[in-house]
Write a protein that binds this ligand. Structure first.
Ligand SMILES: [Zn+2]
Length: 302
């Protein structure tokens, strides 16, 4: 897919550059309504480069910021919602997100809560990088939302029927958007075509994010829709992709269950990680340990 592509009638995907260090870009979507206005899903990172990509896409449609009717974010992470505040200032359009995500974003605006490094068995020399990682805000620019969404809501997009689906797991209030007539599913980071999304990356919850995620995969697996994800490229075959993601987590749960006595640190060091355990540093190390702790909790609850 190039930098700007029409993926369905009146729906356009835009590659929005991300700061170096992770994935190269996120995908924003521009949805035209039948009154000539544009609704934007996931504006992207809070950088001039990202904002420039969005403005160029609007320009390619012969539109400008004043034609933006609404900004919907699938979840609070800065690579999806970070640009919302600047776009709201420029356009006057409201920012919409799931009510649970809005609550999580407020809690996370100063970073993640400190993990239980003693309980996890983290060696002393690896603690400073983990403490630094939790202090880095993961949701800058995401608050406050103007409109709170809930499961089953229909977005106010004249000429379209786009329904909100609450799909927790990646974050507590992640949402997908289902265009029921056009057969499109905007999946955010719930389901990506090849990347396995990390889970529980929106702060602590009372429920287990792995269990939430598996249930939310089940909800969408049966959709006969073109998937429009938050990264990579649009894809078909949701059922197969959801099954593969579920199997990844169930396999990981079995691996964790095979080491019942070890600490989170010890268990994580025995698991397979993209790039290898030894290479994990800072936020990626924190994420690996958090995922291991979540899988362990999932095993204990089931
Ligand atoms: Zn993302």
């Amino acid at each position: 897919m190039s930098a700007f592509a029409t993926v369905a009638d009146g729906v356009h995907a835009v590659r929005v550059p991300m700061p170096a260090g992770g994935l190269p870009d996120s995908l924003a979507y521009l949805i035209e309504d039948d009154r000539g206005r544009v609704h934007i899903v996931d504006p992207g990172s809070p950088t001039d480069e990202a904002g420039g990509a969005l403005l160029a896409a609007l320009d390619a449609l012969g539109r400008g910021p004043s034609d933006v009717a609404a900004i919907v974010v699938t979840h609070l992470h800065t690579d999806h919602a970070g640009g919302a505040t600047a776009l709201r200032s420029l356009s006057g359009a409201p920012v919409l997100m799931h009510e649970r995500e809005a609550a999580a974003a407020v809690k996370l605006s100063h970073g993640l809560p400190a993990p239980d490094l003693d309980g996890w068995g983290v060696p002393a020399d690896r603690r400073p990088e983990l403490l630094a990682a939790v202090r880095a805000p993961i949701a800058p620019g995401a608050v406050p939302a103007d409109v709170l969404l809930t499961d089953g809501d229909l977005l106010d997009i004249p000429g379209r029927r786009i329904r909100v689906l609450w799909t927790p797991g990646h974050t507590p209030g992640h949402l997908c958007l289902h265009d029921e007539e056009a057969g499109l599913l905007f999946t955010g980071d719930h389901v990506l075509p090849t990347v396995n999304p990390g889970l529980g990356l929106g702060g602590p919850t009372d429920t287990n994010p792995i269990a939430d995620y598996l249930a939310a995969l089940d909800r969408i697996a049966g959709f006969d829709a073109l998937a429009l994800p938050g990264h990579e490229q649009p894809f078909t075959g949701l059922a197969e992709r959801c099954a593969a993601l579920a199997e990844h987590h169930l396999r990981r749960a079995r691996e964790v269950a095979a080491h019942p006595g070890g600490t989170v640190w010890e268990v994580a060091s025995t698991l397979t990680w993209t790039g290898g355990w030894e290479a994990l540093r800072g936020f990626t190390l924190l994420s690996a340990l958090s995922q291991t702790a979540l899988h362990r909790d999932f095993v204990a609850r089931t």
